[in-house]
Design a binder for this molecule. Structure first.
Ligand SMILES: C[S@@+](CC[C@H](N)C(=O)[O-])C[C@H]1O[C@@H](n2cnc3c(N)ncnc32)[C@H](O)[C@@H]1O
Length: 224
């Protein structure tokens, strides 16, 4: 539902109430409570969205996968703001990377209100076995020994700040931790996914914050 439709839905309900229920049903249709609840959530999302941002990247790193690294619809967050440098590494063409988020914050405990964004793209660190000074750790961060709790909390926070029926895109590299194991940490079931990269180890997985996609509603995961 779009904002304009949500406004219409509420206006229609007010019109109905103003008519003190005496209106002829053929002229004014009785307001539908489900429709009103959705309309309310859409409008709440509008109010809560920081500076009208509709997309959240809660751990943006160097924003390398963004076509526009300063997309006006997106709010970029990371736990650090720094420029990282590294020496030659297998002929990797880059030597430095700027991590420059709009907000410094932790994806396990975010400052945003519930139901704020239409789209969240979650690309946390994927590796727990890395040298702290390796290029990969500098560019992408490293999972802590508490990674299971951290990723579980990250998923939970991403879903909390998503609007109802909002989309979560999750990116994962399964070199060290299997997709199946990481998906167990999410409270919603994934809808579909796709692999990429030379060894097909990078997975792009899509979720929707819909009550019917909650794991209590659907049993069994099929993604490997
Ligand atoms: C895989 S990288 C993101 C790469 C990014 N998507 C890109 O296109 O370049 C993961 C990022 O998560 C950040 N990070 C790690 N733990 C975090 C946390 N608890 N909260 C927010 N960001 C975190 C790291 O600093 C790192 O920049």
């Amino acid at each position: 539902m779009k904002v304009e439709q949500a406004v219409k839905e509420l206006e229609r309900a007010i019109q109905y109430i103003d008519n003190e229920y005496s209106c002829d049903d053929r002229v004014l249709k009785c307001p539908n409570p489900d429709g009103l609840a959705i309309a309310l959530n859409v409008l709440k999302g509008e109010i809560n969205a920081p500076n009208n941002k509709t997309i959240l990247d809660p751990c943006c790193g160097g924003k390398q996968f963004w076509f526009n690294k300063n997309n006006p619809d997106a709010l970029y967050q990371d736990i650090r703001k720094e420029t990282v440098y590294w020496n030659e590494d297998n002929g990797h063409p880059k030597r430095k990377l700027e991590i420059d988020p709009d907000v410094i914050g932790d994806f396990t405990n975010m400052e945003f209100k519930d139901n704020t964004f239409s789209l969240v793209v979650f690309d946390p660190p994927h590796f727990n076995k890395l040298g702290n000074n390796s290029r990969t750790a500098k560019m992408y961060g490293k999972l802590l020994p508490t990674w299971e709790d951290d990723i579980r909390a990250g998923f939970s926070e991403c879903f909390r700040v998503l609007n109802p029926n909002g989309t979560l895109v999750f990116k994962w590299n399964s070199t060290q931790i299997k997709v199946k194991d990481i998906l167990e940490l999410a409270e919603y079931s994934p809808l579909f996914g796709h692999t990429s990269g030379k060894r097909a180890k990078t997975h792009w997985i899509t979720f929707m914050k819909s009550e019917s996609q909650r794991k209590e509603a659907i049993h069994g995961l099929s993604q490997n």
